[in-house]
Write a protein that binds this ligand. Structure first.
Ligand code: CA
Length: 416
């Protein structure tokens, strides 16, 4: 008996209701696509090679180093394939006929290497949590006017750097930069003393739009392939000196970590949650009837160099003011073209309670109130050797869908 004898009942969130995609390699073979089933990955490349996947419009959809080719086939194919895959998993003998081949297609997770799921040419990071925007505005500017005038008129964002997206597990080297040590005087060039994380959720674009042609809000969700966890590493001292007037640059673009498992859009539908209407009227292209998001509980665990581990934040993806459809509609309203594989991230997700704030900047109030850990250590910002893990599991009365985790460990700065 193995756990796949009853994949529906899996309690780890990697059963038949999820089937998240990943790019992996095993046994020195080329990168290919798989879906996670419990503690194994189902090698879709192998199934494709074996001629077991019916009606693939192209020869190498799953023997591919990224998910771009699958995404290109469009949302109708994504759903059709998902239905076929569920049936295939639940009735493996009907397709494979030989148990040996079925077992060969299942590779234990400890035998694989995971990679970034998409080839991404565009990475955009929104700023969609009102509590986060208020917290940061109060710390960096003026508590009385923490939210700038634009914030409730449009989903604020910046263009990030796709070349420094890294897969979960990649170590993060503490960056150097120009840092203002006192409000007067010149900046010093030195390693960041305010290295931080940001809890975020990202969605991958599965269908783009032609340059010049905005995506209407009514059909915006059809462009989303699936969701992942994102940690937008941030050097607050570099960021705070450089960010005006054009926004984040070297304080952000040294690394952004992404989780390997892309949870399909279809798998998240049981976790839809209504969003309230915006506080003020919005432009017509942003007006969305029945706004909704997903109930995705997120947690962040900090493991220090001493080996001590503590969950320090619990928050939820639903703590957003702007919906994903509004973000897509806004991103393209000027004619900007989204492309297959683009990653759009939520921005730091903070709830109303301090233990739901999604960055150390907010929790420690820029270092003025260090976070006390239960073992006696404290943190204003990240120390060398700290390992940060963000994870998420969606659950309701009859379904459980896990995102897995995105993790990264802080390495000391280089000697420059
Ligand atoms: Ca961010």
């Amino acid at each position: 008996m193995n756990e796949l004898d009853n994949p529906i009942q899996r309690s780890d969130g990697f059963g038949i209701d999820n089937l998240p995609y990943a790019v992996f390699s095993a046994h020195n073979q080329q990168k290919r696509i798989g879906v996670r089933l419990g503690t194994k990955i189902l090698d879709l490349g192998f199934l494709e090679e074996s001629g077991l996947i019916p009606d693939t419009p192209r020869s190498s959809v799953f023997n591919s180093p990224n998910l771009n080719a699958l995404a290109e086939l469009g949302p109708v194919y994504w759903l059709q394939f998902r239905l076929w895959l569920k049936d295939f998993i639940l009735n493996p003998a009907s397709g494979l006929q030989q148990k040996k081949r079925w077992l060969k297609a299942l590779v234990p997770l400890d035998q694989i290497t995971l990679y970034l799921p998409f080839q991404t040419r565009g990475y955009t990071d929104f700023y969609a949590s009102e509590q986060h925007a208020r917290n940061v505005g109060a710390l960096y500017r003026d508590p009385a006017n923490a939210l700038l005038k634009n914030w409730k008129h449009l989903p604020v964002a910046y263009h990030g750097r796709s070349s420094s997206l890294v897969i979960s597990g990649t170590p993060i080297t503490r960056p150097h930069g120009q840092i203002l040590m006192a409000s007067a005087g010149d900046p010093a060039f030195q390693p960041s003393r305010k290295l931080d994380f940001e809890i975020e959720v990202g969605f991958y674009i599965g269908q783009g739009n032609q340059l010049g042609w905005p995506i209407p809000i009514e059909t915006a969700e059809q462009h989303i392939f699936g969701l992942v966890l994102v940690n937008d590493w941030s050097a607050r001292d570099i960021q705070s000196f450089e960010y005006q007037p054009l926004g984040p640059f070297l304080g952000k673009n040294f690394a952004t970590s992404v989780s390997p498992w892309v949870v399909p859009w279809a798998a998240l539908q049981p976790f839809r949650q209504a969003m309230p209407q915006p506080d003020i009227p919005v432009a017509a292209y942003l007006a969305q009837a029945n706004r909704s998001t997903f109930n995705i509980p997120l947690k962040l665990t900090l493991k220090t160099a001493s080996g001590y581990s503590q969950t320090i934040i619990k928050t939820n993806f639903a703590n957003q003011y702007w919906s994903m459809a509004q973000q897509i509609a806004h991103h393209t309203i000027n004619g900007c073209n989204l492309e297959i594989g683009d990653l759009l991230a939520s921005g730091t997700i903070s709830g109303t309670e301090p233990n739901s704030w999604g960055s150390l900047l907010e929790i420690s109030q820029d270092g003025r109130q260090p976070l006390q850990l239960a073992n006696g250590e404290n943190r204003s910002f990240l120390a060398d050797g700290d390992e940060v893990t963000i994870s998420a599991v969606c659950q309701n009365s009859d379904k459980i869908v896990s995102f897995g985790e995105v993790k990264g460990k802080i390495l000391p700065s280089l000697s420059l």
